[in-house]
Design a protein around this ligand. Sequence first.
Ligand SMILES: *Cc1c(COP(=O)(O)O)cnc(C)c1O
Length: 436
Amino acid sequence: MTDHQPLIGPERRELLLRAAVRDGLLDPEETPLAAFLDLDAVTETVAALHAAFPARLDVLHAFAAKANPLGPVLRRLRGLGMGCEVASPGEFAQALAAGFAPDRIVLDSPAKTRRELALALDLGVAVNIDNWQELARVDDLLNGRPTASRIGVRVNPQVGGGSIAAMSTATATSKFGIPLADPGYADRLVDAFRARPWLSGLHCHVGSQGVDLSLMAAGVGATVDLAERINHELGRRQVTGIDLGGGLPVNFADDRIAPGFDAYVEQLRRHAPALFDGGYRLVTEFGRSVLAKAGFTASYVEYTKQAGGRAIAVGHAGAQVATRTVFMPDSWPLRVTAHHPTGAAKHGDPVPQDIAGPCCFAGDLVARDRPLPLLDPGDLVCLLDTGAYYASHHFSYNSLPEPPVHGARTDPDGTVRFELLRPAQTIDDLVARTTA
Ligand SMILES: *Cc1c(COP(=O)(O)O)cnc(C)c1O
């Protein structure tokens, strides 16, 4: 997999979709909605990530659990050599349950409780401290407590935002990290490191989607500059770890991988050459770029209708599985493909159609006015590039149950084998969950 080449294309998706129908994983009555992850494509992507960084460097690629915290997904990524970045007590527990060794877990929650911090320090999980108060809290907790944890500080390089405000973490007023350009803060950080020989890392994460590579790399560059300054002023190599965060943007417009990890590493070489000296242990925290393009979500069309001259296809994929797309359609557009009930691609003259979900509010549309072959009841639609932050991030509107998620692997002879990544939530589960 290199830059600009597709990871998977229409043929592979159609193969998987047909196999899913044939195996009964999609069924108009029993399972009108299901999500799929092409595990071969995931393997390829993780290999491309590893290959993008020079082999002589010590790099821990910690998957951002936020992007898809399903147990079998985390276990598979662990098997492919990744670590795990976690940002809540739930993700922390999921990473441990998936078998990640504590020294391959990185804890980044912005609102860590004392208990969460104490657990991380006791287990030897790496911790990135978010703010001055948390630093004081860690001082307290470390008093007399030995720890194997690598402890760093998250900085906000304040390099600016990208095209999606809600995803831009390095703006002047971002809630994350210690802002480097605020008066006196960089000096105060140097002093903080001087007083605490156990502080050994710096962390930044500039954004998640919508931030271009040079801005991301500039944020890392500012972080590495601070590391060099601390080491220089202290006269010792105290900062030994740089955590670059994640945020490689994903191309949702077509099947190409653009940009790839290689292009980002090239930008890093330009903006942060010291990263490649071999003097730092590196951590990355990619999430979306590891999984998004390997996934798709399939739904049957239940009804079709016309309103005010608009063709509308009503199906089962809506805000409950595509929350961002429904609420912020301009920032999070998804491609949609049309299929016959067998899964075979549907051809025909494109007709602008709204692809509506099952939720009872008017905006529950996963695509608006989208030219597609005219859909009929019983057809299937697929939402593409949904391997991260979609079906795994259920929004329980209208008491719609969580759909099943299946992993797929394809043998060289074209035989598709599925494995369950998350069972469907049953209506009984759902009722039990809402009964005190
Ligand atoms: C969300 C997040 C990530 C992952 O971002 P992606 O866009 O999914 O790569 C990594 N690190 C931190 C601190 C995050 O908040």
